[in-house]
Design a binder for this molecule. Structure first.
Ligand SMILES: *Cc1c(COP(=O)(O)O)cnc(C)c1O
Length: 233
């Protein structure tokens, strides 16, 4: 792993391209979110110089520190980690996407805070596709209730679903989990309306993005393949 971030990004783009060709999809349908958790601001700037725009972090405090440090308006920030009510006020002021909503109370809190500053936040509903207890997300059965609730909100826009697959050495093993997320996405299309417009399926990471794209991902979240191994989580 001694390649530069610029080279790593090129390689990821080409993996996305190849996977799309294989699946008969247009690569412009798949957004790349660079997950920069644990990595320094200088790495983010390096990726930014190579044209990467979307960045994601999974810890509120770390995100806050990096946004303060980097302060570049052209970056689109995604929060992909566990929600905490006391961090939402700060987050709605600056983050563009929150990918990890799976409780009504978070939707309500974002609505409340965002309405005060007139900012609309793009969100994804996180679905627990691995069915592991320690993974966050709601069960697929709870998605319709959350979407119905979100329809009438004004400052929360629900743009789709997000899922994290089980870690597997062999990506093929998690295909069924991606299928479950895409199926949940398809089955809830009738709930589009108001603030709900299901356009995105956020799934696929360094190890399994090809399978995720074959199964309909529109957003891959890639950390390790861009920035290298992490020393801590
Ligand atoms: C860390 C993380 C990723 C990226 O994982 P890699 O395997 O390093 O590509 C994607 N999504 C979420 C929610 C993460 O926390």
């Amino acid at each position: 792993m001694s390649r530069s971030i610029a080279e790593n990004l090129k390689q990821i783009q080409s993996r996305i391209q190849t996977a799309c060709e294989k699946a008969g999809r247009d690569p412009s349908e798949v957004m790349l979110v660079a997950i920069s958790k644990t990595k320094p601001g200088s790495d983010i700037l390096e990726a930014l110089e190579s044209g990467q725009i979307h960045f994601g972090e999974n810890r509120a405090r770390e995100l806050q520190q990096k946004m303060d440090e980097i302060s570049r308006d052209e970056i689109v920030w995604h929060f992909v980690g566990p929600m905490q009510t006391n961090k939402i006020k700060y987050m709605v002021e600056r983050v563009d996407w929150i990918q990890s909503i799976y409780k009504r109370k978070y939707l309500n809190e974002i609505e409340k805070r965002a309405s005060k500053i007139g900012r609309v936040i793009n969100t994804l509903i996180q679905v627990n596709i691995s069915r592991e207890d320690q993974k966050q997300g709601c069960d697929p059965e709870n998605v319709p209730g959350l979407l119905k609730h979100a329809q009438s909100l004004e400052y929360v826009r629900v743009c789709g679903l997000m899922g994290m697959a089980t870690y597997a050495a062999e990506p093929e093993e998690v295909r069924k989990e991606f299928q479950l997320l895409k199926q949940t996405f398809d089955e809830n299309q009738h709930l589009n309306g108001g603030s709900v417009k299901l356009d995105h399926v956020s799934m696929g990471m360094t190890n399994d993005l090809e399978v995720a794209i074959e199964e309909g991902s529109t957003m891959v979240r890639v950390g390790t393949a861009i920035f290298g191994e992490r020393n801590y989580e």
